[in-house]
Design a protein around this ligand. Structure first.
Ligand code: PLP
Length: 513
């Protein structure tokens, strides 16, 4: 089939024969073939493999026992000239890949923050791969665009976001799926930068972009994720770090003080990133203080709630989002804690024109008859890349199959487990809890030196039964216990704690000797 169709169609019969022979000669003997019936068979096998993997994940060491560079010697130095057999590839998964995998979905994985994983989401991803449309404009795949807009409204309603953030039928705001919280922060920063430059140039046309950029200053707390500072590096604007208070929260007074100093020095404050659920200890910036200052000073307020945002679908945690009404943009990662597999980072803006106005270019080949309007969205204007996957399918499957109640139950289970761990730690006088436990993260440490805690963590991770990562809170080295896996139960938390206690005894004994 492929051969016949690649023979030029506008040549004579004799020439066609010769061309066909030339192509057949050039075609390797063992040509690749996975037709639809083979795909059906292999696909079913793969689904079984995945289900077995997830069902049996507890039996695998959560953290791999390999050294850097382990993989290269195990595979050929270049791609094969002739097709490999599918069976050989599958055999290599267990031989080469799995030994080097950190099992983020293991119920003994308590590191970083969770990565979302659910069967409905994986099924939707299969379909996304099959459709493989590139939905940069509405016309490039109307369902891809329209489902995304509606899913972002659904999710916004789950969080009880102010109406201004929703697209509705012809709202000024709306949501977009970005690949990551880092991208969302960068997009917000670039949009805010363009907006302030245009405003200042409208008032003083003699000002050059370079002269303005030199004076721009953005703010975030000392607890913000490194991706915030990185957005500043990429966007070529300076970030000033605001010292957080004793609860690791950015307060209005500290921000105001920095603003006054910078304005007095002739700088132009234009952008603030507030974090809800910081990476080190899940603390919350004080939006009710910071928000009004941003509005009064005409600064763009972006909220990064990468992890914690999912919890706001529960009424008992929604108060943590109070003050979002002051923000220009808000972002969190359903791919962390809302059972939608990576990648799916939900970002809303109050004024879609702030994004589309900043990033719009319209070459002829991307124009269509239904240009970006209240009803029609061209998401290419809302993001950095042009291409985009049909990611809203994952949200649609997950939201429909779990329902809001199912998703709330997932969040509540994790929060209950983190409190269970907290109370276990509190019962052991050798340990201390370092910050208030609000969601699914517990920061704890052995009372004693940083060295002691570093040794304990090193022992925990080299035993490979559970996996944790540390953080620094001021000058203290702290262990983070994040409830992560969809399948984690109380029994796993209890086992993890027993293990930590045993290793702590070893470390403390060694310290005395
Ligand atoms: N912001 C916060 C508060 C985070 O905790 C994280 C990651 O854990 C990020 C941003 C970065 O997220 P992403 O990997 O989606 O860029």
């Amino acid at each position: 089939m492929a051969i016949a169709s690649s023979v030029p169609f506008n040549c004579h019969q004799g020439e066609r024969e010769q061309a066909r022979e030339r192509i057949e000669e050039a075609t390797p003997a063992a040509s690749f073939h996975m037709d639809s019936s083979e795909f059906r068979r292999r696909g079913k096998e793969m689904v079984d493999y995945i289900a077995d993997y997830l069902e049996g994940i507890e039996g695998r060491a959560v953290y791999p026992d390999v050294e850097p560079g382990y993989l290269r010697p195990l595979i050929p130095t270049a791609a094969p000239q002739e097709p490999d057999a599918y069976e050989d590839i599958i055999k290599d998964i267990e031989k080469i890949i799995m030994p080097g995998v950190t099992h983020w979905n293991s119920p003994f994985f308590f590191a970083y923050f969770p990565t979302a994983n659910s069967y409905p989401s994986m099924l939707a991803d299969m379909l996304c791969g099959a459709v493989s449309c590139v939905g940069f404009t509405w016309a490039a795949s109307p369902a891809c665009t329209e489902l995304e807009t509606v899913m972002m409204d659904w999710l916004g309603k789950m969080l009880k976001l102010p109406e201004a953030f929703l697209a509705g039928r012809a709202g000024e705001g709306g949501g977009v799926i970005q690949g990551s919280a880092s991208e969302a922060t960068l997009v917000a920063l670039l949009a805010a930068r363009t907006k302030v430059i245009r405003q200042l140039q409208a008032a003083s046309p003699e000002l050059t972009q370079a002269a303005i950029m030199e004076k721009l200053v953005a703010y975030t707390s000392d607890q913000a994720h490194s991706s915030v500072e990185r957005a500043g590096l990429i966007g070529a604007v300076r970030f000033r770090t605001i010292p957080s208070d004793d609860n690791f929260s950015m307060r209005g007074s500290a921000l105001q003080e920095a603003l006054e100093q910078d304005k007095a020095a002739g700088l132009i404050p234009f952008f603030v990133v507030a974090t809800l659920g910081t990476t080190p200890c899940c603390s919350f910036d004080n939006l009710l203080e910071v928000g009004p200052i941003c509005n009064l000073e005409g600064m763009w307020l972006h909220i990064d709630a990468a992890y914690a945002g999912s919890a706001f679908i529960c009424p008992e945690f929604r108060n943590l989002l109070n003050g979002v009404e002051f923000a220009d943009s808000f972002n969190f990662n359903p791919h962390k804690w809302l059972l939608v597999n990576f990648d799916c980072s939900a970002m809303w803006v109050k004024k879609r024109t702030d994004l589309t106005g900043a990033f719009k270019l319209d070459p002829l080949y991307l124009k269509h008859n239904h240009q970006d309007s209240g009803l029609i969205t061209d998401y290419r204007h809302w993001q950095i890349p042009l291409g985009r996957r049909f990611r809203s399918l994952k949200m649609w499957f997950v939201f429909r199959m779990y329902g809001v109640k199912g998703l709330q139950a997932h969040i509540r289970k994790h929060v209950a487990l983190s409190h269970e761990f907290e109370s276990l730690v509190r019962q052991d006088p050798r340990f201390e809890i370092c910050t208030e436990v609000i969601l699914g993260l517990v920061c704890f440490r052995l009372k004693g030196s940083n060295q002691l805690n570093e040794t304990l963590l090193q022992k925990i991770n080299s035993a490979r039964k559970i996996h944790l990562v540390p953080c620094h809170l001021r000058d203290k080295f702290v262990l983070r216990f994040a409830v992560c896996s969809r399948t984690v139960e109380s029994a796993h938390v209890q086992l993890a704690w027993e293990h930590i206690r045993e290793l702590a005894s070893v470390v403390l004994r060694a310290e005395k000797e």
